[in-house]
Design a protein around this ligand. Sequence first.
Ligand code: S3P
Length: 450
Amino acid sequence: MSGHGDPIPMTSHASGPLTGTAQVPGDKSISHRSLLLGAMAVGETQISGLLEGEDVLATAAAMRAFGADVERLGDGAWRVHGFGVGGFAEPEDVIDCGNAGTGVRLIMGCMATSPITATFTGDASLRSRPMGRVTDPLALFGAQSFGRTGGRLPMTVVGARNPVPVRYRTPMASAQVKSAVLLAGLNAPGETVVIEAEATRDHTERMLAGFGAALSVEDTDEGRVITLTGQPELKPQTIAVPRDPSSAAFPVCAALIVPGSDVLVPNIGLNPTRAGLFATLIEMGADLTYENMREEGGEPVADLRARFSPDMKGIRVPEDRAASMIDEYPVLSVVAAFATGKTEMVGVKELRVKESDRIDAMARGLEANGITVEEGEDYMTVHGMGPDGVPGGGTAAARLDHRIAMSFMVLGFGAQNPVSIDDGEPIATSFPIFEPLMAGLGAQISRTGD
Ligand code: S3P
């Protein structure tokens, strides 16, 4: 899984109106968690709508290596026969999580309170990312870890033989860190408490409760306090994974910047901890509406309708919204180029430790396409050039980062000149049908040699 194939250079071109319906894949965060919680339940969990991207397939393979029976029944339909909380078997080989930060960090949490040893690796992007943010709290449970300098993969985690429960305040806004601690707490006796200053995506909490764990969430002066009672018996579930708002962002943003477009993106999960981009776009003046609002599986869901929006204005994105749109800043910075005025993105230093340094990756790539960007450690400002003023014509480095690759493809649909990326291969980690789906709406993407 960590073997990266030959690079796939891609170019996107000014496109006619984008029209039609975009059925984006299942939510990546919920897909990972469905497999993990399914493996830790006793009995058979049924999943439909699972994202079959490389990140999630790596997590499925990992759960098999730890002893779960994981089977693909058909398109997005999977069955997981779990071994129960604490039932982890020691894997025979290294666990390769590919490009997936969520995969590796949550799996480390799951196994850290079982008396087994596992070694983790991933692709060059994942091997460059910090794991200390997860292994530090896991050490409080009694787990040990041995990695490369700077807490990088490959890394071996020795699970705690006699885990103790933990009270932990997350030092950064990270759902992965919060989730790793909660998942480790499952096999510790007593109550594990996680406190987060800002709310991050809450899928782990919702799904743990759905699987029958005793969990409470309280908003206090200290922040969001999540209390989990350890050693529950998790009960298998039937899960319908909602479609991913982070993937919906690409056809939505493309429609906003391509003249004449009118695109429907149905069945998108609009959990408030994930929907910050859409609120931001509406504040900028985007013609974006929620249709058919409803509740499914305890989560708000709507069909998104996005139309060409020539009158968007740059705004200062509120800092307290960052966690709810952290994966969407790259594509927002593309839309910002087509607005008038400045779009200021502040309090976003977490972008520096994603699949790539996303501030640097976007700033360099936008500059190569004639757009002015200012950046600092924790901010990025894009100077808008108006709906028909974006030059394009440059090449951006995708840096093994799916969201950087897709963002620059969107840029090219609306720019005056084609926009290229050196490698579109990472797109398959989260959105394997990106090219045919965008082509179906009328977007022009070519691969070198086409
Ligand atoms: C995720 C949490 C976020 C996000 C990632 C998915 C999750 O990462 O960027 O794509 O599923 O928990 P952080 O926890 O690093 O913010």
